[in-house]
Design a protein around this ligand. Structure first.
Ligand SMILES: [Zn+2]
Length: 265
């Protein structure tokens, strides 16, 4: 558990109920849900209920939100909190859901200090001490098809964890200074490789800046954990230590017994 994160919590809350009807919906549409142990599911149900009931939800672009959509987003956002000593995202003012890709017009950041203007397509956005904006199409895809490695909900909520210490710099609050130094060293090495030669697991967007690196790495950590562990074991270990979860172990347990045994024995 991450003691250093705890003080961002805002105090005791009245308990809220997890609706039994959400369970089959999550089992059907959120692949990762089916890999969790009974103990993990118990905590997830508490987190999902809290996120569902305490979040201020807003629909954008004429969209209308259903409970099913909220539950699917709540469950993915809660996945990042599962192993943390944190039951909610502090200072999250609202979650704004668009039906599909958003198109923004005007001037925007193109990474680092670069700014550019024109039309930008966005799947999501995380604002410091403000809302998280998501495309429902992308959120649904990320939950149903983890093998593509992309997940806009993990991405934007990883930014929120990164921002807990006030800076969106790819380094979330860690236990102590030596953990922080090791994190920076491992992430910087992997980030430099992505920028110089690309990566078989981390898409090029990870090379935009260290904050995007952490958000993209989080997507892959949960959605393609075995591949990340194989290609970037040091990075995988840092993320496993931060999130207090081992998604690669969950996936490996899924491998059918006969595929793990020597066929000649
Ligand atoms: Zn991002």
């Amino acid at each position: 558990m991450i003691g250093s994160i705890r003080h961002w919590l805002t105090g005791e809350r009245t308990p809220v109920e997890f609706d039994e009807a959400w369970r089959p919906l999550l089992q059907r549409n959120f692949q990762h849900w089916n890999l969790l142990t009974p103990n993990e599911l118990q905590r997830m149900e508490m987190l999902v209920a809290g996120f569902f009931h305490r979040t201020r939800w807003e629909a954008a672009n004429g969209f209308s939100l259903t409970d099913g959509i909220k539950v699917m987003i709540a469950a993915q956002a809660s996945m990042l909190l599962l192993g943390l000593d944190l039951d909610e995202y502090p200072q999250l003012t609202s979650v704004i859901v668009h039906p599909s890709t958003m198109r923004l017009h005007g001037e925007y950041s193109a990474g680092g200090s670069l700014r550019t203007s024109g039309t930008q397509s966005l799947l999501g956005q995380a604002h410091y001490q403000g809302p998280v904006v998501l495309s429902w199409n992308a959120a649904r895809r990320g939950a149903q098809f983890p093998d593509f490695g992309e997940n806009v909900v993990y991405h934007e909520f990883a930014h929120r964890l990164d921002m807990l210490d006030g800076v969106n710099d790819g380094t979330p609050p860690l236990d102590d200074e030596s953990a922080r130094q090791r994190w920076i060293e491992v992430c910087t090495t992997a980030y430099d490789v992505v920028r110089a030669e690309g990566s078989p697991v981390l898409r090029p967007y990870a090379g935009t800046n260290p904050a995007e690196f952490f958000a993209v790495a989080t997507e892959v950590f949960f959605n393609r954990p075995v591949a990340l562990d194989e290609h970037e074991p040091a990075l995988y270990a840092e993320l496993r230590g931060f999130y207090h979860q081992d998604p690669a172990a969950r996936r490996r347990l899924l491998t059918p017994l006969d595929a793990r045994q020597d066929p000649t024995s």
